[in-house]
Design a protein. Structure first.
Length: 166
């Protein structure tokens, strides 16, 4: 299990990528798309982009439940579905394993997290192929699109290496 060190929290809230309020055109032709967060997952599905990997917890802003309409948008995607437990501020072994497995299998997968999914972005970037798009939500701001390249993979790796490991 990876555990976020308190001094890393602020650093992870910063992004060097652009924040979008609408789905960027570059996503419409992407072969590999992963979403972390319910609102960006709903937005992409509504725009007819089905992510290869969706990581959701059926909540937004940590504890506000999705509306029935938002939940049905996510549920409308017929795909492999896996449930995992993951506490806030951590990446559980189970979550890490399912992310790695889903990316490797190339089967459209929805990982439903009991707990919190925010830090899942790091292992998704680490294990995604170069050229993949990883999208995660920034509450009240929009969504961040990470173009997976060597630099993004190295940053994710370095952040994971700095976390506590149990």
């Amino acid at each position: 299990m990876y555990i976020l060190k308190p001094e890393m929290a602020q650093e992870l809230k910063q992004t060097t990528s652009q924040i979008y309020t609408d789905t960027p055109n570059t996503l419409f032709n992407s072969k590999s798309v992963a979403t972390i967060g319910d609102i960006c997952t709903v937005k992409l599905i509504q725009d007819e982009i089905i992510p290869n990997l969706m990581i959701v917890d059926y909540k937004t802003k940590r504890n506000v439940k999705l509306t029935q309409k938002q939940m049905s948008v996510i549920e409308s995607v017929k795909c492999k579905s896996v449930e995992v437990d993951n506490e806030s501020g951590t990446i559980s072994q189970q979550l890490y394993f399912e992310i790695k497995k889903a990316i490797k299998s190339e089967i459209t997968t929805k990982i439903i997290v009991n707990g919190e999914e925010d830090l899942a972005t790091l292992p998704v970037i680490k294990h995604s192929k170069i050229g993949a798009k990883v999208i995660y939500g920034m509450p009240d701001k929009g969504m961040v699109v990470v173009d997976v390249n060597q630099q993004a993979k190295e940053r994710a790796n370095k952040l994971l290496e700095r976390m506590l490991v149990k």
